[in-house]
Write a protein that binds this ligand. Structure first.
Ligand code: HEM
Length: 132
């Protein structure tokens, strides 16, 4: 899905950044806040978020997404390998987390193109995040 559509995604991003189509920092904030709730309530991965501070998580993930989708680069957090090391994340955990992303984005009425672009961006981090 991601490789086949890489050209189309690139063309869309050249026309208007994903950052702008995601509704900029404000709506990305709503998205990530809902995502935290969704991850926490997810039977498969919820335990990993039990002791995660909500505000810190939301702030870091918003800045990471803003920077990665064409907004200002204010991300000062650790790299993705260090953040997720020791969590023993499996492919199945990744699918569960990706399912949350898609469900929350649908709920917020994002279009299929935007959902696909976010999911494909996440997939590109699988090699450093999925360690088990
Ligand atoms: C593959 C795509 C993924 C990306 C791009 C990503 C991105 C991020 C970012 C930007 C943060 C915030 C950095 C920080 O808190 O220091 C974070 C934190 C976190 N992520 Fe991920 N993540 C991914 C997948 C996953 C998966 C699959 C899980 C588990 C199922 C997961 C669990 C967590 C947890 C528990 C934290 C909080 C860490 C802490 O507060 O110390 N992530 N992630």
């Amino acid at each position: 899905m991601c490789t086949d559509n890489a050209g189309a995604m690139k063309a869309r991003q050249a026309k208007e950044s994903l950052y702008s189509r995601l509704g900029k920092e404000k709506k990305i904030g709503v998205f990530v806040d809902n995502l935290y709730e969704s991850h926490k309530g997810n039977d498969q991965i919820g335990h990993m978020f039990k002791h995660v501070d909500r505000d810190r998580f939301v702030d870091n993930v918003v800045k990471f997404l803003v920077a990665g989708t064409g907004g200002a680069n204010k991300y000062k957090g650790r790299n993705m390998k260090d953040v997720h090391s020791g969590m023993d994340i499996t492919s199945s955990d990744f699918l569960a987390a990706g399912g949350d992303v898609q469900a929350v984005m649908k709920e917020l009425k994002y279009g299929e193109n935007e959902i696909q672009e976010v999911v494909c961006a996440l997939v590109s981090f699988v090699p450093v995040v999925v360690t088990k």
